[in-house]
Ligand binder design. Structure first.
Ligand SMILES: [Zn+2]
Length: 125
Protein backbone atom coordinates (compact mmCIF):
# COMPACT_ATOMS: atom_id res chain seq x y z
CA UNK A 1 0.00 0.00 0.00
CA UNK A 2 1.47 3.36 -0.94
CA UNK A 3 1.64 6.26 1.51
CA UNK A 4 -1.31 8.21 0.07
CA UNK A 5 -3.58 5.15 0.24
CA UNK A 6 -2.37 4.39 3.74
CA UNK A 7 -3.18 7.90 5.00
CA UNK A 8 -6.61 7.80 3.33
CA UNK A 9 -7.44 4.41 4.88
CA UNK A 10 -6.11 5.52 8.26
CA UNK A 11 -8.39 8.58 8.21
CA UNK A 12 -11.41 6.41 7.32
CA UNK A 13 -10.63 3.94 10.09
CA UNK A 14 -10.07 6.72 12.63
CA UNK A 15 -13.42 8.33 11.82
CA UNK A 16 -15.17 4.96 12.10
CA UNK A 17 -13.52 4.19 15.46
CA UNK A 18 -14.42 7.60 16.86
CA UNK A 19 -18.09 7.00 16.05
CA UNK A 20 -18.12 3.74 18.05
CA UNK A 21 -18.81 3.13 21.72
CA UNK A 22 -15.92 1.84 23.87
CA UNK A 23 -17.54 -1.63 23.84
CA UNK A 24 -17.69 -1.62 20.04
CA UNK A 25 -14.04 -0.54 19.89
CA UNK A 26 -13.16 -3.47 22.13
CA UNK A 27 -14.92 -5.87 19.73
CA UNK A 28 -12.87 -4.38 16.85
CA UNK A 29 -9.71 -4.68 18.93
CA UNK A 30 -10.37 -8.34 19.77
CA UNK A 31 -11.21 -9.09 16.14
CA UNK A 32 -7.92 -7.59 14.97
CA UNK A 33 -5.97 -9.45 17.63
CA UNK A 34 -7.60 -12.75 16.67
CA UNK A 35 -6.87 -12.26 12.97
CA UNK A 36 -3.21 -11.33 13.05
CA UNK A 37 0.01 -11.94 14.85
CA UNK A 38 1.45 -9.56 17.41
CA UNK A 39 2.09 -6.08 16.00
CA UNK A 40 5.03 -4.33 17.59
CA UNK A 41 5.08 -0.65 18.50
CA UNK A 42 7.61 -0.04 15.72
CA UNK A 43 5.35 -1.65 13.12
CA UNK A 44 2.62 0.79 14.18
CA UNK A 45 4.84 3.87 14.33
CA UNK A 46 7.08 3.37 11.28
CA UNK A 47 4.37 4.03 8.64
CA UNK A 48 3.50 7.32 10.35
CA UNK A 49 7.17 8.24 10.52
CA UNK A 50 7.52 7.43 6.80
CA UNK A 51 4.64 9.79 6.01
CA UNK A 52 6.21 12.65 7.95
CA UNK A 53 9.84 11.86 6.99
CA UNK A 54 11.35 14.89 8.64
CA UNK A 55 13.96 15.66 11.27
CA UNK A 56 12.36 16.16 14.73
CA UNK A 57 15.02 18.79 15.52
CA UNK A 58 14.96 21.10 12.46
CA UNK A 59 12.13 19.62 10.31
CA UNK A 60 14.48 19.09 7.37
CA UNK A 61 13.41 16.32 4.99
CA UNK A 62 16.99 15.49 3.97
CA UNK A 63 17.56 12.32 5.99
CA UNK A 64 19.92 9.39 5.75
CA UNK A 65 19.65 6.00 7.39
CA UNK A 66 22.27 5.85 10.14
CA UNK A 67 22.56 2.27 11.39
CA UNK A 68 20.37 0.61 13.95
CA UNK A 69 20.08 0.59 17.71
CA UNK A 70 19.01 -2.98 18.33
CA UNK A 71 16.17 -3.42 15.84
CA UNK A 72 15.28 0.29 15.70
CA UNK A 73 16.36 2.16 12.55
CA UNK A 74 18.30 5.35 13.27
CA UNK A 75 18.48 8.36 10.94
CA UNK A 76 20.83 11.28 10.56
CA UNK A 77 19.67 14.68 9.39
CA UNK A 78 21.87 16.07 6.61
CA UNK A 79 21.00 19.64 7.65
CA UNK A 80 21.65 19.67 11.42
CA UNK A 81 23.62 16.37 11.60
CA UNK A 82 21.64 15.17 14.62
CA UNK A 83 20.61 11.54 14.86
CA UNK A 84 17.22 10.24 15.85
CA UNK A 85 14.78 7.35 15.45
CA UNK A 86 11.05 7.09 14.81
CA UNK A 87 10.27 7.75 18.50
CA UNK A 88 12.52 10.77 19.08
CA UNK A 89 10.60 13.78 20.37
CA UNK A 90 7.53 11.65 21.12
CA UNK A 91 6.21 10.39 24.47
CA UNK A 92 7.62 6.97 23.52
CA UNK A 93 11.23 8.16 23.39
CA UNK A 94 13.66 6.55 25.87
CA UNK A 95 11.11 4.17 27.36
CA UNK A 96 12.64 1.04 28.83
CA UNK A 97 9.35 -0.88 28.99
CA UNK A 98 7.27 0.21 25.96
CA UNK A 99 5.08 -2.93 26.10
CA UNK A 100 3.64 -1.78 29.46
CA UNK A 101 2.80 1.63 28.01
CA UNK A 102 0.95 -0.10 25.16
CA UNK A 103 -1.31 -1.83 27.70
CA UNK A 104 -1.77 1.44 29.60
CA UNK A 105 -2.78 3.27 26.40
CA UNK A 106 -5.13 0.44 25.51
CA UNK A 107 -6.86 0.75 28.91
CA UNK A 108 -7.18 4.51 28.45
CA UNK A 109 -8.76 4.10 24.99
CA UNK A 110 -11.28 1.64 26.41
CA UNK A 111 -11.84 3.96 29.37
CA UNK A 112 -11.05 1.23 31.87
CA UNK A 113 -10.48 3.69 34.70
CA UNK A 114 -10.22 1.16 37.52
CA UNK A 115 -7.36 -0.67 35.79
CA UNK A 116 -5.57 2.55 34.90
CA UNK A 117 -5.98 3.98 38.39
CA UNK A 118 -4.20 0.98 39.93
CA UNK A 119 -1.20 1.42 37.70
CA UNK A 120 1.83 3.59 38.39
CA UNK A 121 3.24 4.74 35.04
CA UNK A 122 6.05 6.68 36.69
CA UNK A 123 7.66 3.39 37.71
CA UNK A 124 7.54 2.08 34.13
CA UNK A 125 9.93 4.51 32.50
ZN1 LIG B 1 17.77 18.29 11.43
Amino acid sequence: MNTKSFVSKLNQITRALLSMTPAQREVVHQSIQASCTEITMDELIQPLFNVLSQCPHCQSTHLKKWGKSGVIQRYRCKACRKTFNNKTDTPLARLHKPHIWEEYAHCMVLKLGSVVDNCCPFKWN
